[in-house]
Design a protein around this ligand. Sequence first.
Ligand SMILES: C[S@@+](CC[C@H](N)C(=O)[O-])C[C@H]1O[C@@H](n2cnc3c(N)ncnc32)[C@H](O)[C@@H]1O
Length: 238
Amino acid sequence: MLVRKFINAFHIYRTRGIVDLLHIAVHKLPKARVDLTDAVDVSNEYINWLYYANPGMLHRGNLYCIDYAIRNMPDNTPVIEIGSFSGLSTNVLSYFKTKYHITKPLITCDKWKFAGAENGGFVGDSASVTHAEYREFVKKNYMRNIRMFSRHDLPYTLEMVSDDFFAAWRQSKEAIDVLDRPIRLGGSIGFAYMETIPMNMPDGTLKTATNSWWMVDLSSLTIPPTVQSGRSVKLLLK
Ligand SMILES: C[S@@+](CC[C@H](N)C(=O)[O-])C[C@H]1O[C@@H](n2cnc3c(N)ncnc32)[C@H](O)[C@@H]1O
């Protein structure tokens, strides 16, 4: 297979030149598919049971990345998460935090404002479930899920979008989380996990103030499979 591709490429190079060869290669690249079943999956018995009970969107390829990042993050720094939804990734983050003896807290933010809910009304063509009810349900689900699965190291969760969260972080503000607990923000971030992209990334000021592993799941963009595959993210993090 590879030999045939090489012969083809060589033929194109001989007959049409390097420019055409590069042109064809560049056009073929976006069509290249990385097989998601190829992702490294480090699920264990606990993680499997967590996935059964806690709904969420966390691709299992990310478990390897989270494990890797938390195992290698700078000492004495917190983990943050942008976008917790029903708490699946939050509970996974606190599981690995405990596993690697990270004592600084996990601090997350989510305003539970979902795409498509801007105009209110029913969720899709549901006959009864409104966006407002759905939002309330997911938020309550989140709190219930972290109280169950992360009760030994309850994360702090601020009901904010990332821009407000990072603004408060830069100002080292004290905030009240969804479980009514105060938390002082600010300082270096050890590892930031984001599983969503429609947000502004923190500006240069915050970036230089941190010594972080930034891991971004670009699942809504064009390169999801590579990022969702544990192997590829390992390369990104190195
Ligand atoms: C893809 S889901 C996250 C899935 C979650 N990590 C899991 O394990 O299932 C996206 C979440 O991010 C939240 N979100 C989207 N944009 C955000 C932003 N700019 N700041 C904070 N949260 C955001 C949404 O409300 C939603 O709960």
